[in-house]
Design a protein around this ligand. Structure first.
Ligand SMILES: [Ca+2]
Ligand SMILES: [Ca+2]
Length: 440
């Protein structure tokens, strides 16, 4: 694993959330349905954003490495890399038909009128980020992930991409330890993230079950740019935790239809062995996410990069993919994914029977069925596409999803997409011994 070690200066992403010194944090609790969220706890400081210089250097190093390998295209989604031409946009085939059915851009199970897509910034009084229990888990549409603070009180804060008049919110209790549930709190709004107006106050609330969602409504005509949940008392002890904190603008009815999500983001919140909130290399990756709406699942192919690359006999496609273990769903819906290519002649790589290094067809349904993609970790995929596509020209790089599971939510990350025309020998690959065939 070669995630970059990033230096850690103060602040940036976390706004006013200063590092919370917490003496001797204990383990965060009993096993959760997802074992990836229970590694030993570490320092409590909120994860800082990488400095711009680090980010630029990571991108430069990545491009230099890609060139040394003979790459015709390489993007790790960092500044300085080729940037996606499209976000959240479904591919249209040569006949003008959208390559999607029964997939929407949101995970199922949100409260009505959810504004979670508008949350642009997270801050908190503390978190257990190194244990995979960071503040971002409060708004990931997954009750199986939680925010945890080693303190009996605490606050979490959302900065919105545009002001919204919130009139309805929901808290969902976490997987274990009911005494850690919030009991007294205020919901507050702010325009500047500094001065706060209390909009709703609750005292003596209890959650009677794990993963229980409780919804609260209040009158509020003002569109605020920041919202804060200020927990002033928990059930007992000195650890606060919460699985979800959802905000709603009060809209009712079904969500407007939207294409599968495919956009640059900060990487997965948790994982067995990977740095949280980072890509495989560098701090960014491409997120794919959404929900299937039919019992028989759904599919969507989204366009990401516009390119013009000739395919030779030796052309290879490689990438890394991190399918999240969403909603503790043992059908692993996030693993039904592949990077696909659209050729100038109207054909697609997924139709050409290209295979990866395991001999599995490089198409989203086959990738999921193969069980070669492990959830909650980065998986490397390499396909010698020259064997099936030699002589064609690549027009677009796509991310394709096709799952038989539904209705189900899925979310994952793609990083380090590379198209290598002719692989150059690397120093670390060595040379075959000249006398391999001679007897010793
Ligand atoms: Ca990256
Ligand atoms: Ca969560």
């Amino acid at each position: 694993m070669t995630t970059l070690a990033l230096a850690a200066p103060a602040a940036a992403l976390t706004g006013q959330a200063g590092p919370e010194p917490v003496p001797n944090p204990g383990p965060s609790g009993t096993p959760t349905p997802n074992p990836s969220y229970s590694p030993p706890p570490g320092p409590q400081a909120a994860e800082p954003a990488p400095p711009a210089a680090e980010t630029r250097r990571a991108a430069r190093d990545g491009q230099a490495l890609a060139q040394a390998e003979g790459a015709a295209f390489a993007s790790s989604f960092e500044p300085g890399d080729p940037q996606p031409t499209w976000a959240d946009t479904t591919e249209t085939d040569a006949r003008g038909v959208k390559k999607a059915a029964n997939v929407i851009g949101t995970l199922p199970g949100r409260i009505e009128g959810s504004i979670s897509d508008k949350i642009a910034q997270f801050s908190a009084s503390g978190e257990n980020a190194s244990g995979g229990e960071g503040k971002e888990n409060l708004a990931d549409d997954d009750a199986n992930t939680k925010w945890l603070v080693f303190a009996g009180t605490g606050w979490a804060q959302y900065g919105l991409s545009a002001p919204v008049a919130v009139v309805h919110y929901a808290l969902t209790s976490a997987n274990d330890s009911p005494e850690r549930d919030p009991r007294d709190w205020q919901l507050q709004g702010s325009q500047d993230g500094q001065s706060w107006t209390t909009l709703d106050t609750r005292t003596g609330e209890t959650f009677t079950a794990r993963f229980q969602r409780k919804e609260y409504r209040f009158a509020n005509p003002t569109a605020y740019a920041h919202y804060r949940l200020n927990v002033t008392r928990i059930g007992g002890g000195s650890t606060l935790q919460l699985a979800e904190w959802e905000l709603s603008d009060g809209r009712t009815g079904p969500e407007p239809p939207s294409d599968m999500r495919s956009r640059i983001g900060a990487g997965p919140n948790g994982g067995f062995v990977s740095k949280p909130r980072a890509g495989f290399a560098g701090p960014r990756a491409l997120q794919y996410a959404g929900g299937t709406t039919a019992q028989t699942g759904g599919h969507s192919t989204n366009k990401v990069f516009e390119v013009d690359i000739p395919v030779t006999a030796t052309t290879e496609l490689s990438y890394l993919v991190f399918p999240e273990f969403t909603a503790a769903d043992l059908r692993y819906p996030s693993t039904y994914v592949s990077v696909d290519l659209a050729f100038r002649d109207g054909t697609y790589l997924s139709d050409l029977k290209a295979v990866d290094q395991h001999g599995v067809r490089l198409a989203p349904r086959e990738q999921g069925e193969s069980k070669t993609l492990y959830a909650d970790q980065w998986n490397y995929k390499l396909a010698r596409i020259g064997e099936v596509a030699r002589g064609k020209r690549i027009s677009r790089i796509l991310v394709a999803y096709d799952s038989p599971a539904g209705p189900a939510g899925f979310r994952g990350w793609v990083d380090d997409i590379k198209i290598v025309s002719e692989r150059k020998r690397q120093p670390y690959e060595g040379r075959p011994a000249r006398d391999d065939r001679s007897p010793r």
